[in-house]
Design a protein around this ligand. Structure first.
Ligand code: ACO
Length: 465
């Protein structure tokens, strides 16, 4: 193997599959990896610190691949999203159960396999009564994401008999999570509304069951509506997976410690809650309501463009998509058909469409490559379906559970599980003597000098010539 600290070879000897990092007189050859499609080049720096004492700095991981994965592929410039190689536009015409099967197992099911899979999932939908009873210990107005997160963690106590050291056990955990999350999310909704929890029915499919658990009357009576069931399924499919986004990376990072899979999933729920991620759908609806009417849009857009201002156009922008989000195109088209199918109108849809039109022709958004993401229109559909705004993010969590657990399963089934542990660029004080308490001033002053106003941080990479 070549000595990584060897002097730079002549240009002729450079392997085209190798990147060269030069720091002063030191040169490090680093292999280049490729995705199985597309033209991204991935410089493999594994072991660079151990080998050479060199770290990379990449806040927000905008240029860092933290794992291999064969589940989902995104080409953000071309607006391509593939689940296991299949385009989202085509997958969206199937069912969520088919998507969940595909994500978990890698291939599409036959109709027999799909039937058996859904039957297995539906049979696992009930949760233990004791799990539901933890709801009563929460304040009624607790955000349903907190309720969902607690209950998902608590599932571990009810399934501790499953041996997750074997792939079969892990698969069973995956089935359990996909099956029980609708029951948990629906229970959270009903608790928030002060309504009695409805148990799942063995006679109904996945999405029908979920809708009944959310909207049935106290006796469990609910009239199925095909438009609603189809719309629900589509929302679930479109949110099912999205490669290494913040919540999925959180599931992987937590899972890499060997923690309970239910706890790792709960960490994903927590990460999803934020408005920069899954909480955006709730924030979009609040924003549209705040704007109210089409004539107020210019004023709102002006506020968004204020340098350093607080206002953001929620549902716009994406870390990876810099052209369009294919899920947004599908869901925008669904808005019209779902609203028409349900016979409802929503003036906020007009506000959303006009807001999109104005933003897409404005240089501020064009120059920054900001386009509507999946959450720009999803809230309109979910409102038409009569979900409370606070439920939008829990619905996202429900859908993303199949992706999270497929990613967890892929990670844990791999030959080697490496704990995720990023490094840092330390900017704090140098080592200093610990002062006795009576010598300290109110702002950190000590007998040996003043430390008020923070400690200079001269060691940042950008400060070094
Ligand atoms: N409204 C106004 N300006 C924006 C927006 C927005 N929604 N998004 C990005 N920008 C601006 C930034 O202010 C920045 O401007 P500057 O160059 O003048 O400083 C520039 O565009 C680049 O933005 P970044 O924050 O660097 O982009 P990043 O990739 O880090 O953030 C994110 C992506 C978090 C999604 C961001 O676009 C955002 O906050 N959008 C609104 C929230 C949202 O819709 N989140 C859902 C994402 S999809 C999902 O999770 C399902």
């Amino acid at each position: 193997m070549a000595d990584p600290k060897q002097p730079a070879p002549s240009q002729d000897n450079v392997n085209p599959g190798t990147a060269r990092l030069q720091i002063g007189n030191e040169v490090f050859d680093l292999p280049i990896r490729r995705d199985s499609i597309g033209d991204a080049r991935i410089v493999d720096i594994t072991g660079l610190f151990q080998r050479a004492g060199v770290m990379t700095y990449d806040v927000g991981y905008t240029s860092t691949a933290g794992t291999e994965s064969a589940i989902t592929y995104i080409d953000g410039d071309k607006g391509i999203l593939l689940y296991r190689g299949y385009p989202i536009e085509e997958i969206a015409n199937g069912s969520y159960m088919e998507t969940a099967y595909l994500l978990l197992k890698g291939e599409l099911p036959t109709s027999e396999q799909l039937k058996a899979f859904e039957a297995d999932i539906v049979s696992r939908m009930p949760v233990h009564e004791q799990l539901l009873s933890i709801l009563d210990r929460h304040k009624r107005d607790t955000h349903p994401m907190a309720l969902v997160s607690s209950m998902v963690t608590d599932l571990s106590g009810f399934h501790s008999d499953i041996d997750t050291s074997k792939p079969e056990g892990r698969y069973e955990v995956a089935l359990n999570l996909i099956a029980k999350i609708p029951t948990i999310v629906a229970a959270a909704q009903r608790y928030s509304q002060g309504k009695p929890v409805i148990r799942p029915s063995s006679q109904l499919g996945y999405s029908e069951n979920f809708l009944r658990m959310c909207f049935a009357d106290a006796s469990g009576h609910y009239v199925q509506n095909d438009v609603l069931t189809k719309a629900m399924d589509r929302v679930f499919i479109l949110h099912a997976d999205h490669e290494q986004n913040a919540s999925t990376s959180t599931v992987r990072l937590a899972g890499s410690t060997g923690t309970e899979p239910y706890a790792a999933l709960s960490a994903g729920v927590a990460a999803l809650w934020g408005p920069a991620h899954g909480g955006a759908n709730e924030a979009v609806l609040k924003m549209l309501k705040g704007i109210g009417t089409v004539d107020k849009i210019p004023e709102f857009i002006a506020a968004v463009k204020v340098k350093g201002g607080e206002t953001k156009l929620m549902g716009f922008g994406h870390r990876v998509y810099k052209n369009f989000d294919p899920r947004a195109n599908i869901i925008k088209a669904d808005c019209d058909s779902v609203l028409a199918g349900l016979g409802v109108s929503n003036p906020l849809l007009e506000v959303a469409k006009e807001l999109e039109r104005i933003a897409l022709s404005d240089p501020y958004f064009k120059d920054r490559k900001l386009y509507p993401n999946v959450d720009f229109y999803s809230g309109i559909i979910l409102s038409a379906m009569k979900f409370p705004v606070q439920m939008f993010t829990p619905l996202f969590a429900l859908a993303r559970t199949s992706g999270w657990i497929a990613q967890w399963q892929e990670m844990v089934n791999a030959p080697k599980l490496t704990i995720g542990r990023p490094r840092q660029n330390y900017t704090g004080p140098e080592q200093r003597p610990y002062p006795a308490i009576e010598t300290r001033g109110p702002n950190g002053d000590s007998a040996r000098g003043t430390l008020t106003g923070g400690v200079d941080a001269p060691k940042r990479a950008t400060d070094v010539a």
